[in-house]
Design a protein around this ligand. Structure first.
Ligand code: NAD
Ligand code: TYD
Length: 351
């Protein structure tokens, strides 16, 4: 039975990953380690609250003693590091916490894992550290071309620069200590449990409340959208079959301008929920500082080496995501009002 230490597993992608893995495998154990910042929410894990192979531990990836203790208590085979500060706008306001969590937290995890896994002749067999990174470390594209694994790192925001710094520390542990690692760099995700500070859930939430839809700049910046479950599938494949030391880009050739996303969300909600939801809600606002123009991934390596491909088209994924938000209005209300603590008390009382 393999034991995974999943950090940030109460956040958006991490919780989807934990649910995906426990649904797919009955012979793994997941130690889910999360600080429960504003972005972490145990309500996301309700579907697996009775699963004996899921253990939740609240804590900070920067805390050496606590992370060391996890390795003492559990026989950890894999680390999958999702834990991060993840929102670009917040990073522009408060860069320090991004450097601390994303860079120093990653170094702490790497170091504790290395000390636990190193033997006299190298590393224990079958262990691996996987860093969940982002395409934003590559910077911004012009009208043509794609990011590939060899594209030089050229991050711009404090968020993407902290992720690039973390990636380089992972590379340092691989190059210097021969530590078994992989890095995945995925494009923008969307799907259930995404915190409504990010574009798609923010649009859905604002539409439902008849609030303005803030569009930064001219609305023509381009992101490459991937349904979160396809990202989870890619991470599973890389942990289990990725070549040691390699970087894998993950994306499904789903580029859209922000304005296309805004109009798609409005159209769906206008038709299915409320005729008052319309383009009159769109409000152009001041552009984000240093706003990257375009991201686009060429996923040929992960396709050819591991057989990964995206299963959910954007048209299907966006409908599923909007519908999920409509079916889970309590979740939205709870995360925006901090009420989820009650789920923590209910799920983990006495454990
Ligand atoms: P998120 O903000 O929804 O979740 C982050 C989680 O990490 C939260 O549960 C939070 O409580 C936890 N956390 C934060 N600081 C911590 C700390 N010091 N110790 C322990 N836990 C801590 O983020 P997300 O969108 O789910 O992103 C997860 C990872 O995937 C991040 O590393 C991000 O850089 C990467 N990523 C995200 C996207 C995307 O589109 N969201 C795309 C590519 C890569
Ligand atoms: P976001 O979801 O924050 O992801 P990222 O910045 O990591 O790509 O933003 C996606 C795009 O949407 C980005 O170009 C910024 C833009 N955006 C808006 O126009 N309005 C908003 O309110 C938000 C949150 C983002």
């Amino acid at each position: 039975m393999k034991t995974y230490l999943v950090t940030g597993g109460a956040g958006f992608i991490g919780s989807n990953f934990v649910i995906y893995m426990l649904g797919k495998y009955s012979d793994i154990k997941i130690v889910n380690f999360d600080k429960l910042t504003y972005a972490g929410n145990l309500e996301n894990l309700k579907a697996i609250e009775n699963n004996k192979n899921h253990i939740f531990v609240q804590g900070d990836i920067c805390d050496k003693e606590v992370v060391e203790n996890l390795f003492k208590v559990y026989d950890i085979d894999y680390v999958v590091n999702f834990a991060a500060e993840s929102h670009v706008d917040r990073s522009i306001k408060e860069p320090e916490i991004f450097a601390k969590t994303n860079v120093l937290g990653t170094v702490n995890l790497l170091n504790v894992a290395k000390n636990a896994w190193e033997t006299e002749t190298g590393f224990k067999a079958g262990v691996k550290y996987l860093q969940v990174s982002t395409d934003e470390v590559y910077g911004s594209l012009g009208e043509t071309g794609y990011f590939v694994e060899e594209t030089p790192l050229d991050s711009h925001s404090p968020y993407s620069s902290s992720k690039a710094g973390a990636d380089l520390m992972v590379k340092a542990y691989a190059d210097t200590f021969k530590m078994p690692v992989n890095i995945t760099r995925c494009s923008n995700n969307y799907g259930p449990f995404q915190f409504p500070e990010k574009l798609i859930p923010l649009l859905i939430n604002n539409c439902l409340n008849h609030k303005d839809l803030p569009v930064y700049g001219d609305g023509l910046n381009i992101r490459d959208w991937l349904y979160v479950e396809d990202h989870c599938k890619a991470i599973d494949m890389v942990i289990n079959n990725g070549r040691l030391g390699e970087v894998y880009n993950v994306g499904g050739h789903n580029e859209r301008t922000n304005m296309q996303i805004v109009k798609t969300v409005i159209e769906y909600l206008h038709e299915s929920v409320d005729k008052e939801i319309s383009e009159t809600l769109i409000k152009y606002v001041e552009d984000r500082k240093g706003h990257d123009k375009r991201y686009g991934i060429d996923p040929v390596k992960i396709k050819e080496e591991l057989g990964w491909y995206p299963e959910t088209t954007f048209e299907v994924g966006i409908k599923k995501t909007i519908q999920w938000n409509l079916d889970n209005k309590d979740w939205m209300n709870n995360v925006t009002s901090g009420q989820y603590q009650k789920y923590y008390d209910k799920m983990y009382e006495g454990k």
